[in-house]
Design a binder for this molecule. Structure first.
Ligand code: 13P
Length: 253
């Protein structure tokens, strides 16, 4: 079994001094547990501070990543961060296709495919986020939407099973993000089984599939009791280092 992943997406919070203080507090509160890894996705400006703090601790259960990348390695793309630049700042992973990138910034399915390829090209682990809008769920389209997003980002001839095994998928229903309304463990497991069967058909049975959307210290135990979940991707409840350390520690028996 691969270790569980507890991933913290800080979104647009915590600048470099705050990030350094956060890492110090987190490290003081959290001792490594063999069955789990903790991944941090700070804003790009804080990436080097986080990666440096984690590297200084010399712990390979802790990973720094970037929240978004451009598909080109360099060039005239004002405001964007590329996979090689994030790698230079210490990233080992990259979120791709987060729902806020898709629905606030208009990222297309096609762009997610190019970003997955860019991440892999720079030896970053892509964490592909998929998930349906509330209207899509209510119209019974959840599995079709997730399939379309998987196909666009990971399908076709693009990735063979060895590469797919190292990708991470995060199922984040859009209606559950930042709303306090999480999917039930059963809701999540149903979609996870669908994602898993898509991966298994491509020979990638061991790809980790995370759940995200209003995960908290209160509901994480119930969610991870579902064996289909290989970890969680957490926004709001990851912003306080002591609370996050507690969530990671108690998140699964
Ligand atoms: P919340 O945990 O704040 O709902 O955010 C989830 C998320 O989008 C993580 O990527």
């Amino acid at each position: 079994m691969k270790p569980l992943v507890f991933a913290a997406n800080w979104k647009m919070h915590l600048g470099p001094p705050e990030a350094r203080e956060y890492v110090t507090t987190f490290l003081a509160r959290y001792r490594p547990l063999r069955d789990r890894e903790v991944w941090f996705f700070p804003p790009a400006v804080s990436l080097e501070a986080v990666a440096g703090g984690l590297a200084a601790a010399g712990r390979d259960d802790l990973v720094a990543g970037v929240q978004d990348i451009h598909w080109e390695p360099r060039g005239a793309f004002t405001g964007a961060v590329s996979a090689p630049l994030a790698s230079q700042a210490g990233a080992r992973a990259a979120l791709v296709g987060h729902s806020e990138r898709r629905h606030v910034f208009g990222e297309t399915d096609q762009a997610t495919g190019r970003k997955v390829a860019a991440a892999l090209g720079a030896a970053l682990t892509p964490v592909l986020c998929v998930g349906e809008l509330l209207a899509e769920r209510e119209a019974g389209q959840t599995l079709a939407v997730v399939t379309r997003q998987l196909e666009a980002a990971l399908g076709g001839e693009r990735l063979d099973h060895a590469v797919l095994a190292d990708v991470v998928v995060a199922y984040e229903p859009v209606w559950a993000i930042g709303t306090g309304r999480n999917a039930t463990p059963q809701d999540a497991a149903l979609v996870h089984r669908h994602i898993r069967s898509w991966l298994v058909q491509r020979g990638a049975a061991r790809t980790r599939v995370l759940y995200g959307g209003s995960v908290s210290n209160k509901n994480v135990g119930g969610l991870l009791a579902e064996r289909e979940l290989d970890g969680v991707l957490v926004g709001g409840a990851s912003l306080d280092p002591a609370g996050w350390a507690e969530l990671v520690r108690t998140g699964a028996a």
